[in-house]
Structure formats: structure tokens, C-alpha cells
Design a protein around this ligand. Structure first.
Ligand code: AHZ
Length: 314
């Protein structure tokens, strides 16, 4: 494979755009063998059970391995993925499970806002884009923000990096439907894991007879389930219903300037064993929403990872 970079002339028209190496694929061996003769093309033979076993063997091995995890991240939106990237890179020795209710990980970060593709990140979150190698444009010398040409470029890049870490497993189409709790000596509670189920099962508890869930034990959970909605703000709502915190502040109206700082600064361990980041935190603290600007999600993820590392370094 050979490495190419964006040509200097093109770079000159894109001020402050980072140059990331693009790996040109080598011509696949099979195509050379066929030499254009597709009439004789044939896949290597297979028996259907081989496919089933190749998938299920690995999935059940992962369920077994991650039943005791070091960290569970709930929600694979922009904040959860940023948390996972930062943690997995810093601590390859930690077993990190990500539980995502949707089939498609990424949460709201496949589009910038409404149905528009560009993703805006306010400075200094551009540093996280450089860390990932996501190219961006700067809207001029005075601009306080940078623009990724498509939100899906950010999301697919961080996702592909997270999935390549050997110490991370993503369980998608899987919902966290409760938290595992332990009583502490002072009469409070500590979060000690998550209760999971297939999302399609979680959605049908009302019209099917009970189908019991599965569990993952972990000393630390990072919850990034987004603001309130059909699935959002899951962990913090559950903390209220189990009297671990008195009440939710409720997400306030949109104010980009106050919202982004508040989410990043406020990212913390809310209840022993449970760190909350991203827009889920706005429901606890009564913070404003920021709408379509994603720098706080990335940096809240970085802060959530730092808070988690402090716990592991104690
Ligand atoms: O599917 C959810 C989404 O992918 C997932 N999730 C929610 N509840 C879950 C549960 N079990 C497993 N019980 C669950 N997964 O969590 C993910 C949340 O992603 P998100 O993009 O909604 O949240 P975020 O905090 O990462 O990013 C918020 C982005 C927003 S919202 C907003 C505004 O409304 O003003 N502005 C920004 C930038």
C-alpha cells in the first residue's frame, strides 16, 4: 500500500485544513487472478452452519469475556465514542464494553443539524479532530469554529478507530434497561454494572410476557445516553427513581455559549460508580442545549475519560 497526502496547491485553498494520509489499497489478489474473466468467477464453497458458527462463537465469547468489564459506556453517540476513543487509547489494559440501543452507532452525529451535513465544532475542540486525523476547514482567520465537511466523516472516523482497539467491544441493538446497585457503608448506593436486553425486547415489555435481561458487572459506568427522549437520559432518570439523586434539573432552552462550557466542565461522577457526560448531563444540571455544535460532545467525552482514569489510578 502507498501513502498519499492532499496536494500542497489544494491545501493552499483550504486554510488550516489538516493533511491526513490516505492509504491507497493494493489491487486485490483475486481481481488479478480473474483478469477480467468474470464468467468463471466462483467464491470458495461454504456450508451455512459455518457462517452461523463463525458469528455466534465470537459473539458468545465476547458476552462471556465482557460479563466482567472494567468500564461500560452506555450510548455510542458523539460523546460516548469520544470517551471510548480517549480511554481505550490511554489504557489498552482496560476491558471497555459499549452498549448502544440502536442498530447504527453514532447517535445524533450523522448529520450536523436538521438535515444539513456539515458538522461545526467550536475551538478548541479542533484539537480532538487533529488527534483523530479528521480533516476540517477553518472559516477564516477570525472564525472561532471549524467545519468538518460531513458529520458522518467525524462519526465514521471515530467509530472505526474505537472498533479497532482490541480492548473495546461494541454491543449494538442492545439497551441498558437498568443499573446494578450495591449498598455502601454510609447507606448510599454505588453503581456496579448494567442490566441489558435486546433493544427490540426492551421496546416490547408491554405487549409480550416478561423476557428477563442479561447483566454486565463493572466498577465504573460512563453514561452518555443523550437528552430526554424515547431512550435518552436513561441513567439519570433511573437515579432519580431509585432515590440516588433528588431530582433532575431538566434541560433548558438553547444557548450555545453557556451550554457547551457547562457540559464540558460539569462532566463528572454523579453517583459513585457512574460518570455522566454529553447531553444526558444537561438533564441533571439544568444546563442549556447547544443545538448543532459538537465540540462539547467531543471534549465532554475526553473529560469523562479523564474522570474515569482518575478512578482507576486511585
Ligand atoms: O441510541 C442512543 C444514542 O445512540 C443511545 N442510548 C440511549 N439510551 C440508551 C440505553 N441503552 C443503550 N438505555 C442508549 N443506549 O445513546 C446515544 C446517545 O447519543 P446522542 O447523540 O443522542 O447523545 P450525545 O450526548 O452523545 O450527543 C448529543 C448531541 C446533541 S443534542 C443537542 C441539542 O439537542 O441541542 N446538541 C447536540 C450537539
Amino acid at each position: 500500500s502507498k501513502t498519499t497526502t492532499i496536494p500542497a496547491a489544494k491545501m493552499a485553498t483550504m486554510p488550516h485544513t489538516t493533511s491526513i494520509p490516505v492509504t491507497a489499497p493494493t489491487k486485490p489478489e483475486v481481481i488479478e487472478d480473474m483478469a477480467g474473466n468474470w464468467a468463471d468467477f466462483k467464491f470458495a464453497p461454504i456450508r451455512e452452519s459455518q457462517v452461523s458458527r463463525a458469528m455466534t462463537r465470537r459473539y458468545f465469547a465476547d458476552l462471556d469475556k465482557y460479563a466482567e468489564s472494567d468500564i461500560v459506556i452506555i450510548g455510542a453517540g458523539s460523546c460516548g465514542l469520544s470517551t471510548a476513543y480517549t480511554l481505550a487509547k490511554a489504557r489498552p489494559d482496560l476491558k471497555i464494553a459499549i452498549i448502544e440501543a440502536g442498530v447504527a452507532p453514532g447517535g445524533g452525529a450523522w448529520l450536523g443539524g436538521q438535515l444539513f451535513s456539515a458538522m461545526i465544532m467550536r475551538k478548541p475542540a479542533d484539537a480532538f479532530l487533529r488527534e483523530l486525523g479528521v480533516p476540517y476547514e477553518d472559516d477564516g482567520v477570525d472564525a472561532n469554529y471549524v467545519v468538518v465537511k460531513h458529520a458522518a466523516l467525524f462519526t465514521s472516523t471515530v467509530l472505526s478507530k474505537v472498533l479497532q482497539f482490541p480492548n473495546v467491544k461494541l454491543f449494538n441493538a442492545t439497551a441498558v434497561e437498568d443499573l446494578i446497585t450495591r449498598k455502601t457503608e454510609d447507606g448510599g448506593i454505588r453503581i456496579a454494572g448494567v442490566v441489558t436486553n435486546w433493544t427490540l425486547v426492551s421496546m416490547h415489555h408491554d405487549d409480550q410476557s416478561c423476557m428477563d435481561p442479561n447483566t454486565i458487572n463493572a466498577p465504573l459506568i460512563v453514561s452518555t445516553t443523550g437528552h430526554d427522549g424515547p431512550f435518552g437520559a436513561f441513567s439519570v432518570k433511573r437515579l432519580v427513581s431509585m432515590n440516588a439523586i433528588p431530582a433532575l434539573g431538566g434541560m433548558r432552552g438553547l444557548d450555545m455559549n453557556t451550554a457547551e462550557d457547562a457540559i464540558v466542565k460539569g462532566t463528572r461522577e454523579i453517583t459513585p460508580g457512574l460518570i455522566v457526560g454529553g447531553m444526558e448531563l444537561s438533564e441533571v444540571d439544568g444546563a442549556n442545549r447547544m443545538g448543532p455544535t459538537f465540540g462539547a460532545m467531543a471534549l465532554s467525552g475526553v473529560k469523562a475519560a479523564e474522570e474515569a482514569l482518575k478512578v482507576f489510578e486511585q
